[in-house]
Design a protein around this ligand. Structure first.
Ligand code: 9D3
Length: 254
């Protein structure tokens, strides 16, 4: 699949795409990322890409014309390469929150064109004419859409075939089953600390696979109930909680 990224800061992308488990997906072209520096599409001699907002107020607005030119160039390039157009996605604090279901959907499609905003936002007429989907990384304020775009690309890259060595890593991910992940431990068995020793929970050393699975499920349930009660409600509504899960949840003092 192919992603075309329109950004004022293309140099931010390579450092993320050349490290870690996702590197393979990017370098093999499984996830083919093309960068389009927005300033190259500016019309005037100053390479201007922003201006003051009509109606006044603080901050600057990204100009429609460079964005429309860049989007046109991307559309032509995708068409010439025989790539499906795919959706145009704009990253914005007013977008709908990115979640794992959306990443799974995009991971099965032809890719997308990613529009990274800076400043206060982009001219609304570009959104009205060209944008299919507005996405947010969550309810906090960033300085632009590049990190959200990288977050989306990272999440999609790790869903590609052959990226995670153990295929089952997907299924145990937080959110793949709708609950937060359980805690993990590795060597040494006892961590000696000034405040006292911290042993690994004995059940994990017991070799009793059913007991270990039940412990992990219960840790997931209690953590999710404490931190993300909304996810418990969603799992319950989707019929993803067993009778044993419900019995355990009923024992928790929340
Ligand atoms: C004063 C109103 N601000 C909205 C909270 C203006 C504003 C702040 C920051 C407009 C744009 C931005 C830049 N942010 C993004 O481009 C962005 C973003 C974010 O800030 N948080 C979460 N997800 C995203 S996706 C793009």
């Amino acid at each position: 699949m192919r992603f075309d990224v329109i950004t004022l800061f293309p140099e931010l992308f390579a450092p993320f795409m050349t490290v870690g488990v996702t590197r393979r997906a990017f370098e093999s072209g499984q996830v083919d990322v093309r960068l389009w520096p927005l300033r190259d599409f500016a019309s005037d001699n100053y390479r201007r890409v922003d201006d003051r907002p009509y109606g006044g107020g603080p901050g600057m607005v990204m100009l429609a014309e460079p964005l429309l030119k860049a989007l046109g160039a991307v559309r032509n390039a995708r068409s010439e390469a025989g790539a499906t157009a795919g959706p145009v996605i704009h990253f914005s604090p007013t977008g709908r929150p990115i979640n794992q279901a959306l990443l799974r959907e995009l991971a099965q499609g032809p890719g997308a064109t990613l529009l990274c905003g800076r400043y206060e936002g982009i001219d609304q007429r570009v959104l009205d004419r060209e944008v299919d989907l507005e996405l947010s990384l969550g309810d906090f304020v960033l300085s632009g859409g590049e990190l959200p775009a990288l977050a989306l690309l990272d999440g999609i890259a790790r869903l590609q075939e052959g990226v995670l060595s153990d295929a089952r890593s997907h299924e145990q991910d937080s959110f793949e089953d709708g609950l937060l992940d359980c805690p993990h431990y590795s060597r040494p068995e006892v961590l000696a600390l000034p405040e006292g020793d911290q042993p690994v929970p004995p059940v994990l050393l017991s070799g009793h696979h059913a007991d270990i699975a039940r412990w992990r499920r219960e840790r997931s349930l209690s953590l999710t109930a404490q931190r993300r009660p909304d996810l418990i409600a969603a799992a319950r509504a989707a019929g993803r909680l067993s009778k044993a899960d419900e019995r355990y949840l009923a024992t928790l003092a929340l």
